[in-house]
Design a protein around this ligand. Sequence first.
Ligand SMILES: Cc1ncc(COP(=O)(O)O)c(C=O)c1O
Length: 426
Amino acid sequence: MRIESLDHARQLDAADPLAAWRKEFHLPLHEGRESVYFTGNSLGAMPKKVRAYLETELHAWQTYGVEGHFKGEHPWKDYHHLFTHAAARLVGAEPGEVVVMNNLTVNLHLLMASFYRPEGKRNIILCEGGAFPSDQYALETQARWHQLNPDEVVVELVPRAGEHTLRTEDILTKIAELSDRLALVMMGGVNYYTGQFFDLEAITHAAHAVGALAGFDLAHAAGNVPLYLHNWEVDFACWCTYKYLNSGPGGTSGVFVHSKHGDNPNTFRLAGWWGHHEGERFLMKKGFKPMPGAAGWQLSNAQVLSMAAHLASLEIFDAVGMEQLRAKSLKLTAAAEAALMELNTRYPQAGFRLITPQDPQARGCQLSILCGSNGKALFQHLENKGVVADWREPNVIRIAPVPLYNSFEDVWQFASIMEEGLQLLA
Ligand SMILES: Cc1ncc(COP(=O)(O)O)c(C=O)c1O
């Protein structure tokens, strides 16, 4: 899809069924005007109703003090229940398979405590090379925790020479090769650097075929691409909520545990009182009895103030639905891609190229631009002119036109500012 002119962009926006949602968000201003906010893959824009949702809980605290656990609009002792159905719909899960708690890396460790249980020669964790550093550190220290050498048991898949993304066939071949040495596949759902959306279903089935488990960090996938975790038989997953899910800095995290594990009380889990059987939680008795489902992985009482922001945002996702979001996302990203390809042809000396897969099914909304030597200057130009994108070392500009609040006019503005930068730097 190619945007021909500013008028054309505005016509596309006028015909966009999701266009009205933009005004439900605060978009940071640049010189008094809304910036082109293309960094929803890092920190999503603030939904306007977050303030009221926080205010509700502050009011409950002010009014009821400790009694707020049992009184008020959303008694805090049950706060995590408010997310169950919408979070399940978001990731294609059954309601009992999801819970909202803690932060992402914390949850990754908690889930690996359950699902990375090396035994004898079955001790390898397979992940994508260049995973987000927090995931790399988590895998490294999980290996050490089991007195294993991470250089031996954490196997990273890298793209073929001259390629930037992984081929599904290569992932599946590696899984088959590792066979009975493979304990766990733990990858990003969408890679943070390239924007590649992996074939989670095929990877999960391949892992199961050799007797291993499959779990995913969905930080860049939740709220970005359609997910069917239950049907794909994914064993576990977790995601943050501050990127595509707009729940504010340091926002809480979502967790998925497939019912085949979650409903089995013998699945090992690290425990805290919030995962204990709800009916007996306040009896203060010895002996951990887990709640069925993902809820049994909770440790602590809900971080209500931070979760209030997530509630506000998740309601928006639930009202719009991932299908509609994806439909717009495919168009918006295709329009940005077409504009970038055209600039690449017209300014070949700039030496940039897209490393995100061209196949729309193998990506979400993000496009990663691998820059030539003037990449930092180009990025600086975008920033100076009100495009909020991000720079990822060593040489990538990431842009994420998100369907909930970005417009075709944003894409047009971005491409014009990019062209201006390319001319200046030529
Ligand atoms: C893919 C991925 N994993 C993990 C993290 C770390 O998240 P947290 O700080 O919420 O644990 C991030 C943060 O951006 C991320 O992008």
